[in-house]
Design a protein. Structure first.
Length: 226
C-alpha cells in the first residue's frame, strides 16, 4: 500500500491532520490512543498490516489528535472540543456516517461523539478503552491514584530515553532495537508536556453508558494491581 497524502481539517482554528485509505463500502473512523503520528506509523509493518486489513472492507479515515503528530501542537483542550475534531475530520473527508473505532485514550472521545451525533454514527467499537481511569468504590477496576501518578512520573522522566514497552507491548519489552525505535517514534508524536497533558486529561474522564468494551489482557496499564 502506498503511503497516503496527509490532508488537514479545520476544527475551529486548529488544523487536524488526517489520511484516507481503503475503498470499502463503509466509512471507519480510527480515533487513536495516547499519541500518534500518521506518516511515521507507515514505518511499522504491524500498523501497515492492520491498516491494509481494515481498508479491505472500509474507507479508513485516521487522524492525529490535536497536540500530537502532524496536527497543530496546541493545548489538548476539553473532551468536548476534542470530540468535535472527529466531526471536523468527517466533514473534511465527506463522510456523512461512519463506524467509530476508539482506541485506548481515544475511547472517551468516541463514546461522547456517538452520544452527541448518533445520526452520524453507524457503529461504535472500543479497544483497550475506559469509561473512567481512576479507581473509586463504584469503579473497582480503575487504576489507583498512586499507580497512575507513578505512570505519569515515568512519562516525565523517561521521554528522552528508551521506551518501557512492558506496559503497551510486553512481548517486545526485552527487545532493545524495538524499544529505541518506539522511543524515537513517540518523541515525534508529542512533546513530554503534551503527553503529560493527555495523561492528566484522561484521569478526569468519566462517562456512563451501556457498552461492550474489548481489550487486550496484556495491557497492564488497564489492570488494577492485585
Amino acid at each position: 500500500m502506498r503511503r497516503p497524502i496527509t490532508q488537514y481539517a479545520k476544527s475551529g482554528e486548529v488544523h487536524i491532520a488526517y489520511q484516507v485509505t481503503g475503498s470499502g463500502p463503509r466509512d471507519l473512523i480510527w480515533v487513536p490512543g495516547f499519541v500518534s503520528h500518521l506518516d511515521l506509523m507507515w514505518d511499522w509493518p504491524v500498523y501497515v498490516h492492520m491498516f491494509e486489513r481494515l481498508g479491505s472492507f472500509s474507507r479508513l479515515i485516521r487522524f492525529d489528535k490535536r497536540g500530537t503528530g502532524m496536527s497543530d501542537r496546541v493545548s489538548i483542550a476539553t473532551l468536548e472540543e476534542r470530540m468535535d475534531d472527529v466531526r471536523s475530520v468527517m466533514d473534511a473527508a465527506d463522510s456523512e456516517k461512519a463506524a467509530i473505532f476508539g482506541v485506548s485514550e481515544g475511547g472517551p472521545m468516541s463514546l461522547l461523539f456517538a452520544a452527541t451525533y448518533p445520526e452520524r454514527t453507524s457503529a461504535l467499537i472500543l479497544y483497550g478503552a475506559f469509561a473512567k481511569r481512576l479507581w473509586s468504590p463504584d469503579y473497582p477496576i480503575g487504576v489507583p491514584e498512586l499507580d497512575r501518578q507513578a505512570y505519569l512520573n515515568l512519562i516525565s522522566q523517561s521521554w528522552s530515553g528508551e521506551a518501557d514497552l512492558s506496559i503497551v507491548a510486553p512481548s517486545f519489552s526485552n527487545d532493545i532495537d524495538v524499544s529505541e525505535r518506539w522511543a524515537a517514534y513517540r518523541r515525534m508524536c508529542a512533546s513530554p508536556g503534551a503527553a503529560l497533558d493527555i495523561g492528566n486529561r484522561g484521569r478526569s474522564s468519566e462517562l456512563r453508558f451501556t457498552k461492550l468494551d474489548l481489550f487486550d489482557t496484556c495491557r497492564t496499564c488497564l489492570e488494577k494491581p492485585a
